[in-house]
Ligand binder design. Sequence first.
Ligand SMILES: [Zn+2]
Length: 310
Amino acid sequence: MHHPLIKKILLYAVSPGIVFLVLGGVLVYKSIEVSALTKRVDLLTSELEILSLQIQRFSKNVTDLTEQTSGLANTLTNTKENIDAVTNKVGGIEQTVGSVAGTVNDLKKLAQSDPQLLKKYSKVYFLNENYTPLRLVTLPPEDTYTSSKQEQFLMEAWPFLKSLLNAAKADGMELYVKSGYRSFTEQKSIKSTYSVTYGAGTANTFSADQGYSEHQLGTTVDFITTGLGGTLSASFDKTKEFEWLANNAHRFGFVLSYPKGNAYYVYEPWHWRFVGIRLATYLHQSNINFYDMDQRMIDNYLINTFDSGL
Ligand SMILES: [Zn+2]
């Protein structure tokens, strides 16, 4: 049995002890908790430091890459400029080569062109007796009117005549070649009774068979159609074949040498001469006759005589 005082004293003494114990316990627990938290914070801090280092490294890489990229971009720009410069040079060289090739080609064509092919021959201007075409082809029988006699034409101009005949046939025309190339000798035997003085560009007292000089070139034909009795007559111009020629012959390089009312020969609606598509088209569109053109103007077309288009 304790004295109540002792009890009180004990109570006062013990209570703070318990309080202290409890407080102490709490403190110890809290301090353990704090210490764990501190450790986590430390851990997080060191993780943050690692991250921050990584970010620094990464951003340095980015900077390096940016520098490298801009360096590359500069290099690319320089390279492109170099390529452009080289391309310009190559273009210049190509142009030079092209124009040189063009000039050489023109000179070659001109050297091969026969200046007689576009000369004007008339009552007073004759082709030299010694002139003969370079190469002649014999026309196929289906294109000639008289099957017993072979007709010839200048080889280079033949594809143009053949195209004309084919186109006429396709349009329902009955168009044939009555005569093509005629040699000087052949002509002379026909007109042997005449006394002739001749030569290129010389005046001639001989009134030749109309346009015979042009036939000696090998580039001229007399056309005919059925129903005219096989003769070359002025009534050829009443036929649909003549109308077709008047509208289409220029597309194949042919012109009517001696139209109605010309000052050089009698009217020959059947007599057509190859002068090249370019010149024939020019004459057709301008409504000018070949023989009314200045020879120097005509000569400008010589280089294009055998061009297949305009
Ligand atoms: Zn003729």
